[in-house]
Design a protein around this ligand. Structure first.
Ligand code: ADP
Ligand code: MG
Ligand code: MG
Ligand code: MG
Length: 414
């Protein structure tokens, strides 16, 4: 796409511009001039419209040539819509039913039309409201295992995987955001940073003077930028998950690229731990805290079990070939390799989780979990615990071997 004719949509022009598309007309129902169009607009980057017709409702998401949160002083390419669409397609292939159904894609206009998820709510919102969502952790563990395994050299034909790697390697600008915002900006006085001040000034100064923290954050950045292992979601926080009591869907994979499996795992776990630390700022939340720590355990346990199942049944790629193990009668060999791979994902995930905690409290993009705590002294107490756990995970990750060890550390801080 060359984007020469790109025009941002608005509530008035949307029915005129999209009103003839069969995919939209079928789902929303005509005539288009009767559509009710609302902009949702709680995202940081893009336009999202809810389009309601006589027969149903659809979502229309459009990228803008800049970062919505910041404005046109921060350009961001429209091609991110292409990567989002392609990643949604791959995720649907690899974990059917895990993402919204795609109804239409227009690369030139950076528009994705998709299924309107209802009565789904954003998982982060549910957690802030103190709602336990019984399916979320298990479904997310499955999503992680299936998408990460099936996009890698453990499963894919090598030519296909290398072609995908090359396509997603062009998502440079969104990777650049993560590389700066997650791994560097929190650790110095970067221009777009903010934190709860003056309450956190002391601990922030300490972290930024902490050489081990800075070095380990760069080790994580090195992994992020260079370990082109599988197709990542790239932004898998609890704001990218929509749930009901019985269903879980993952949205918004515009940061997708080939990176380390542990990144998606670490970001997701980190957001559960941050929600845990935020709970005391929202009220009497003992049951919710227990639910969240248990949720981390369930994500990791499910991930490990499903990844192991795929390892034993779908390991048809170029890595750890059956030729060397099962075909030689050496079942223990492939199990030993599996343990090693899982242990490395775990260790790296803790490092990414630590950076994610720091950046959500010290960087540009904060979490509603903490932001919705109005009393800044209370908020700072919650954030301090997360900053401390973040350091322990980032610097101490090689010595932490289980979820229960991390959950114990979290409970000690609480
Ligand atoms: P951004 O890339 O700008 O963060 P998102 O894809 O996260 O945009 O969408 C922003 C918001 O729009 C979401 O938080 C959610 O409330 C709503 N939304 C997005 N996609 C859907 C969908 N398929 N069904 C229902 N709501 C959606
Ligand atoms: Mg989003
Ligand atoms: Mg499912
Ligand atoms: Mg997004």
């Amino acid at each position: 796409a060359d984007f020469a004719g790109f025009e941002p949509l608005n509530a008035k022009t949307l029915p005129q511009r999209l009103g003839q598309l069969p995919a939209l007309l079928d789902t929303a129902g005509g005539p288009a001039e009767n559509w009710q169009v609302r902009e949702v607009g709680d995202g940081n980057l893009n336009l999202v419209f809810i389009v309601e017709g006589s027969a149903g409702t659809v979502i229309v998401k459009q990228a803008l040539p800049y970062v919505r949160l910041v404005g046109d002083s921060w350009p961001l390419p429209l091609k991110r819509s292409f990567f989002e669409h392609k990643a949604l397609t791959r995720q649907e292939e690899r974990d059917p039913g895990s993402v919204p159904r795609i109804l239409h894609f227009d690369g030139e206009q950076a528009i994705i039309v998709m299924e309107f998820l209802t009565p789904h709510v954003i998982l982060r919102r549910a957690f802030i409201d103190g709602r336990q969502m019984p399916r979320a952790s298990r479904d997310l563990g499955l999503f992680l295992a299936r998408t990460l395994f099936r996009g890698s050299d453990l499963a894919m034909p090598p030519r296909e995987r290398k072609e995908e790697l090359a396509v997603f390697a062009d998502n440079v600008e969104l990777c650049d955001i993560t590389e700066n915002l997650v791994f560097s900006d929190p650790y110095f006085d970067a221009k777009l940073n903010r934190h709860t001040s003056p309450e956190l000034d002391g601990i922030v100064a300490q972290l930024r003077a902490d050489r081990d923290v800075k070095v380990e954050a760069q080790v994580m950045k090195h992994l992020f930028a260079n370990k082109n292992e599988t197709l990542l979601h790239g932004d898998l926080h609890t704001g990218s998950v929509m749930v009901t009591e019985t269903e879980t869907r993952v949205i918004d994979p515009e940061f997708a690229f080939y990176g380390p499996m542990a990144f998606d795992v670490g970001v997701l776990l980190s957001n559960f731990w941050m929600s845990y630390f935020s709970q005391s700022g929202h009220g009497e939340r003992g049951a919710m805290q227990a639910y969240l720590l248990n949720g981390v355990d369930e994500i990791w346990t499910t991930f490990r079990a499903e990844f192991s199942r795929l390892w034993r049944g779908e390991r048809n790629g170029i890595l750890y070939q059956r030729t060397l193990f099962e075909d030689q009668g050496d079942h223990l060999g492939s199990e030993q390799a599996l343990s090693r791979v899982l242990a490395e994902i775990w260790t790296d995930a803790l490092g990414f989780a630590g950076c994610e905690m720091h950046r959500r409290i010290l960087g540009l993009a904060h979490n509603a979990d903490f932001e919705t705590i109005d009393d800044s002294a209370v908020r700072a107490r919650c954030e301090t615990k997360a900053l401390k756990l973040g350091r322990q995970l980032l610097v101490g990750r090689r010595h932490i071997h289980s979820v229960s060890e991390v959950n114990d550390l979290a409970e000690q801080l609480e």
